[in-house]
Design a protein around this ligand. Sequence first.
Ligand SMILES: *Cc1c(COP(=O)(O)O)cnc(C)c1O
Length: 818
Amino acid sequence: MIYLNEPVQLKSTYISLDSRQIYEPTDTAFFAVRGLHHDGHQFIESLYQKGVREFIVEKIAWHGLLAEKAKSWSNTSIWVVTTSIETLQHIAHLHRTSFGLPVVAITGSNGKTTCKEWLFTLTKSKFQVVRSPKSFNSQIGVPLSVWGIKNQHTLGIFEAGISKSGEMNRLEPIIRPEFGILTHFGKAHSKNFEKESDKLLEKLQLFRHTKKLIYRASSNTDPAVKEAMQVINPTCELISWSTTDPTQSIYVYWKITGKISQLKFQKRNQSETFLSVKCALHDVASLENLSHCLIQAHFLGMTNEEINAAVIGIKPVSMRLEFKEGVRNNQLIDDSYNNDLDGLKLALPLFKRYEEKSKVLIISDFLETGIEEADLYKQIAQLVKQQKIVKIYGVGAQIERNKQFFNEINTYATAESLVESGDLTDLHDSVILLKGARKFAFEKIVNALETKTHCTQLEINLETLHHNLNYYRNLVGKETKIMGMVKAQAYGAGAVEIAKILQSQGIEYLTVAYTDEGIQLRNNGIYTPIMVMNPQVEEFDKMTSYALEPEIYNFSLLKAIDEYSNHHNKNIKIHLKLDTGMKRLGFEMNEIEELNDELNQMPQLWVVSILSHLAASENPTHKEFTLHQIKQFEDASQAISNRLGYKPLWHIANSAAIQNYPQSRFDMVRLGISMYGVSGNSIEKKSLENVLTLKTYVSQIKNVLKGETVGYGRIGQFKEDGKIATLAIGYADGYNRSLGIGAGLFEIRGTLCPTVGSICMDMCMVDVNHLPEIQEGDEAIVFGGKIQIGTLAKAAQTIPYEIMTGISSRVKRIYIRE
Ligand SMILES: *Cc1c(COP(=O)(O)O)cnc(C)c1O
């Protein structure tokens, strides 16, 4: 049935916008959404084949073959709408209004997810809570979260985040909260907002209909919140709290001593505290988040006793997702977010990143889900079944009792007994997803499976990488493709992982320096087109069998590839490299005519693209030269395209040129270093986020007496008594020898510590005399925290590229998603 412009009344229980995350196809409505570089409509036919019978599609995309075909699909509802997302928001709003439960909405700059999880922890003994999964707080995340409200729920807790003005007005009717919490209000996402106060006003729109709003009265929020709420919702009771100002609604007293902190709450004009709790948190940000939640729990009618019993369960919220290399060519995915059904649903698609490996799942009991036990494990088994998992390891008594629902499961009482059983040693070439409740201490399993444990490591934040990629997507627009430069192990970040994330984001092309690098990608599930910059004639066979496309930069290569293609009677895709001034590789400008004549004789070669490379796009002093290069490139590419009779992709811009020379973007840009947030451009510096953090740790701490020397050659001199720390990084790891004798700095406990003496092969020493609290085992950040790669590069008298690619292969790479 095709419904055109009719009010959507979904027949399905579940909603999905992601074709990879559909678990009950026959009972799921798929919303096709068009993104900048992604179109959900593409997946409709294959989803129909998988059993999906309800689709929400957009008018503008609903025509042609597919629309024709779909007319004959039986038992299928297709709702043709103007925009899928607005439709989703609208039905979520209708869904919300059909339930009368109290709802708490949380917004702010930081701490939304933590507050949501903690409020859940505090209230779950008294309420049946429905809440946002993970940090689902966007224009899509909020309606999906609200869609989860069911009859049995007695409390809703939802977070709302916005990045542009106008967005909160759309989220408010979907959540329609009775209670509000404004968490810490700082500077995050401030790019699209004119002024701080606009941002605050926008966020407060979420509370247009709330009865109570909790916020901390700080210089950022007070009296701004009071003034704004006077206009937005004058009848709302404002519950402002402060640790310093007794005139606010609630005076909060924090006593922070070592491990246990004490919190007391007292209402204005009352002499007694109404709530007093102890907790194991001791940083100010956590106590602020917790204070919001405790006050909210009180206003939800929870007693002092109930709150104190629940507060024991409050722990830092970990959203970390770590991708780690395992022993025996295993890949570990360590997901420490809640192991409830929603958490599992979010985690299972991660398997898709490693199609070439066999799938293994290690899970513990699912605690406190509120679902009857047998039913719960039946549901888990159902989810897991669709994943073609070869082996499941279950840890805990519940899963053991319910193992009959699973195929291929072994169960163990504890993580220790699993490790001690020796069963893990059977695992090789697998992708292993670990999802354990905290109580089951899955760290032990991770330790047993990880390649290297405590050591120097490079953390690669996939979330910020994604953010940076999006920044360039928006900058270059729809018409311009992006080529991801993943040569040299993606600048040291790990070619396979980076290529995977770029591929999943729909990057159009990838580039490597050598054929073997391309083969490595192909062997790891990368199907995106790949250009090879230094092809060897002897490797043409390998290249064609792995669908790698050579860059052709001179006549001898051109002739060789022509002969090869004739001999094997194959059409071959090539990329033509022109030299417009770099003087490295490429056809010279005076060779273009000859090149055209040659190409004219080689119809079986398909010129996919024409490229050149800029020599100084990062440096404004060479602006004239760069503009000349661009002009030469344009002229030559035009001549070649005219002669070919078709237009290959033109590309010349590297990272720096994308921002500095918009006219150089042509059909495609080649994004390299800026993907990692490294840029010399001040606009970009503000917009990009750091991706790479190199960390080591303190192996030993020593006192040094006046007159003693440190390290080789006795170069480190001490004129006074002092203290040094020995760190587990040296020049063999890529920490350049030129960073010795105070040139290099490390960040330890937030303090910068200079090197002492010369850098050794595997270690170096730093002065920590000014850091009395330092301990062995402490983390020492090489770059990525206070020290930027660029700063370190300057200190080492080199450039970020060399620092990044110089991090040796023995340094463990860890991939992180927040
Ligand atoms: C490495 C490389 C790039 C990318 O350079 P960035 O400065 O890292 O963006 C682009 N084009 C060619 C030919 C390269 O070799």
